[in-house]
Design a protein around this ligand. Sequence first.
Ligand code: TRP
Ligand code: ZN
Ligand code: CA
Length: 444
Amino acid sequence: MTLSVPRRTVAAAALALAGLLAPAVPVASAAAAAADQSAAPVTALAAPDIPLANVKAHLTELQSIATANGGNRAHGRAGYKASLDYVKAKLDAAGFTTTVQQFTSSGATGYNLIADWPGGDVNQTLMAGAHLDSVTSGAGINDNGSGSAAVLETALAVSRARLQPAKHLRFGWWGAEELGLVGSKYYVNNLPATERSKLSGYLNFDMIGSPNPGYFVYDDDPTIEQTFKDYFAGLGVATEIETEGDGRSDHASFKNVGIPVGGLFTGASRTKSAAQAQKWGGTSGQAFDRCYHSSCDSSTNINDTALDRNSDAVAHAIWTLSAGTTVPPGDVYENAADVAVPDNGAAVTSTVGVSGRTGNAPAALQVGVDIKHTWRGDLVVDLVAPDGTAYRLKNSSGSDSADNVVATYTVNASAEAANGDWKLRVQDVARYDTGYIDSWKLTF
Ligand code: TRP
Ligand code: ZN
Ligand code: CA
């Protein structure tokens, strides 16, 4: 859908460049905003396609992390924490509330990452998760970079869609699964009984891109199971019940305390039969994943078709089981006047005035930023609410030598009144490279 309100015209932007216009020019009038909202239908929403390229980019990153840290991402090793930091940074920038939970196992500190999407009925929380640790022998790209990346990209898709699910959504990345479901057990055991009873379901994704794939659905909660089966039926892909070891992944931790569970799996060390090769293709008489728990579980140990289908199935289940509804197209307020950012100098701001709205800003306020700069690592960027509260969008990072900050950040701004002057605050904190705020916008 296109914007319902006109953006600044090129001519207006040119005048602003010449310093002839006031810097803050909201593009949405109050009347336009009101008309927009009342016209918006509320209907069940189909899940978006999850871009395979995005999922694979996460796998590339996890492989690089393993390569830079002794070849693995195992519990207690540097590659595990680096993997967690990577996933957490993506979720923070997308507006999730993240929590890192620490535990100790085999004498080493382990970490779970929990990410809550603001909104929805917390008394009915739908959870999806994946273990983020590998074994020590390899990078763990199918086991379980695949599930970790698909869950991450689905969470990012929730943010991009500004999804307003009826249920509350929570995502989890577990540590030390390979030591015996340690992280997920720790999470469940430390949830008070009242919190456990709010979990209406847990979806698990462990190994969903096996190189010689099968399409297996866990035989657990009937509603969850049927949701996955329906998705694959729609693709014309046959599924089978998962039998390669029930209880061998993190869903068991949830199932043990009575939480409905489900999940997907493309096979580990078991051999693909002739009948399975007939319906799914691939090689009969060979393991679903010949690199299971070995050093060759690297970037090339992925079947793209399986990863693509399963990633879309994750999103389908999240959208369907959380009863997501369409979100009205947002009203855009933009300031396209250039503001120079002095080298290693004082912070500068660009203002967007918002008026005529009622109540608070959304829990998923999107902040589109376009800053031209020759070394973006120099920049610290904040969104400043009308009352002065600052929300950090980006920290400086000496090593990030890339050009420009062109990104959409999502901020939970539900504690802020919508109306008033919002500011983008940019400071260059290191010498030599410079730039300017080209434009920025808020989507309410
Ligand atoms: N969780 C196992 C591992 O990481 C892999 C596995 C084996 C599995 N059987 C399974 C995962 C069945 C899910 C379902 O080593
Ligand atoms: Zn494993
Ligand atoms: Ca600089």
